[in-house]
Design a protein around this ligand. Structure first.
Ligand code: SF4
Length: 456
């Protein structure tokens, strides 16, 4: 999970615009943030651990000058090397220096690393992409197009090199990338919500396998992988990852999630007094469930919105408070039959704690409704789900999961129901963590891959 942004605008403050673009993409990664600028072909970057507003202040932004900029927000594994893997990364190769921001996970990074001569400063798969481009003596467009053909897995990328901004999506298009315009100036962003925030108009989505280059000669686009087709956009983007106000493949995500809740109500109705979401990701589906059943919607659980990964770690006594650090139930829930709606269950521990908290608050019944099918298999394309043995639904029945989370009843949305809510054909989406039908080969040693490559 990462957010990327890029802009080519010689007459504008590109670093400031990128800062605001990243601000809109903060939900895609809260571990680190960075911006790189190109001024007359000279690259400068600034990146650090923390939220966008923690990493940058007025002074830092005013030191970043240029005609082009890219930015990145990152969610990854934690650890001592996390700073080194913050992006945009800068890579000096034999042909050029490249600044690069990457969203996704490559599944052949290990193989590519063995081919690359020269030092790699990080354990990140993203640096492999930068190295391929920076060591290729051909003109930039040819070098990037050649790199795309070498990548297996997920790579939505923005970069700077040779006085140009470039961006591309891998042939499956697992992660989104859109092209917008601020006046005539091209803007690239993971999601349309970032275009909205900087005042850019949406032009179109970058197609799977397509490359875009913007520079002094204007905008050049080419289909680097002609046979890419409609690709395999991640269905998780629809039910969890993307911001609700984003439009994915022409579909506003909030509306899709409301439809998921409506369909869930049709598929698994229940007699109850209140419908409440697990905020914030369950909110649109809970609205849909409430609308379809006529059961009143309640905020029910009040969320502390200021907890994030850089939060000071609580001591053991407070950790025992568990989920109460994050949610607190309203008194109106006492004695009621509740339906709680969430977008997904992965390990089940959070859901179990919430169900228990609601019973402790006096709920008479707690019916859990999930607006996606059971997650049964890992993701190799950039979403840190968990390994299969940590997934509560893997190798388990719905009744087994219900028992484990302590709910009165449990129901998941069907795969057909989820698919219909996206208004996208089945062949245009990746659904592998729900079906085990992967659109690429499965890595031989996924555990090793997760260790060696940085999730972006
Ligand atoms: S495996 Fe799941 S999370 Fe990963 S890209 Fe496919 S649908 Fe998305």
């Amino acid at each position: 999970m990462c957010g990327v942004f890029g802009i080519s605008a010689p007459a504008r403050d590109v670093a400031r615009l990128t800062y605001f673009g990243l601000f809109a993409l903060q939900h895609r990664g809260q571990e680190s943030a960075g911006i790189a600028v190109s001024e007359q072909g000279r690259l400068t970057g600034l990146r650090d651990l923390g939220l966008v507003a923690q990493v940058f202040d007025e002074q830092k932004l005013s030191g970043l000058h240029g005609e082009l900029a890219i930015g990145h927000t990152r969610y990854s594994t934690t650890g001592s090397n996390a700073w080194a893997n913050a992006q945009p990364l800068l890579h000096h190769g034999s042909a050029r220096t490249v600044a690069l921001g990457h969203n996704g996970n490559l599944i052949n990074a290990g193989e590519l690393r063995t081919e690359i001569t020269g030092r790699l400063a990080t354990s990140s798969d993203s640096e492999v992409i930068a190295a391929l481009i920076s060591n290729d003596e051909r003109p930039l467009a040819e070098a990037v197009a050649a790199a795309i053909t070498r990548l297996e897995g997920a790579a939505t990328v923005v970069g700077l090199a040779d006085g140009c901004l470039f961006g591309f999506r891998d042939p499956h298009g697992f992660r989104p990338l859109v092209l917008g315009r601020l006046g005539d100036d091209p803007v690239l962003a993971s999601e349309t919500c970032a275009l909205d925030l900087v005042g850019a108009t949406f032009e179109r989505e970058i197609r799977p396998g397509e490359l875009v280059i913007a520079g002094p000669d204007g905008l050049h686009t080419e289909q680097a992988i002609p046979e890419a087709g409609r690709g395999a956009l991640c269905i998780f983007e629809f039910f969890y990852l993307a911001r609700p106000d984003t439009r994915l493949a022409g579909v506003e995500v909030h509306g899709a999630r409301v439809r998921m809740g409506e369909r869930l109500a049709e598929e698994a109705p229940v007699d109850a007094d209140l419908v409440l979401p697990i905020p914030d990701s369950g909110t649109p589906a809970a609205i849909g469930f409430s609308r379809a059943t006529g059961i009143p919607f309640s905020e029910g659980l009040i969320k502390n919105r200021y907890i994030h990964r850089t939060f000071i770690q609580p001591d053991q006594g407070m950790r025992d408070q568990g989920i109460r650090m994050k949610f607190n139930p309203l008194a109106e829930l006492a004695g009621k039959r509740l339906v709680i709606v969430d977008d997904s269950i992965v390990r089940g521990s959070t859901t179990r704690q919430i169900v228990q908290m609601l019973f402790d608050a006096g709920a008479a019944e707690v019916h859990v409704r999930i607006s996606s099918p059971p997650i049964i298999s890992p993701c190799f394309y950039g979403i840190d789900l968990a390994s299969e043995d940590e997934m509560i639904a893997a190798g388990n029945t719905v009744e087994g999961v219900r028992e484990a989370i302590g709910a009165t009843t449990l129901a998941y949305l069907s795969l057909d129901g989820l698919q219909a809510a996206t208004r996208r054909p089945e062949t245009a989406l990746c659904r592998a963590c729900l079906t085990k039908e992967y659109p690429t080969r499965v890595p031989d040693d996924p555990a090793k891959l997760r260790f060696e490559t940085a999730r972006a």
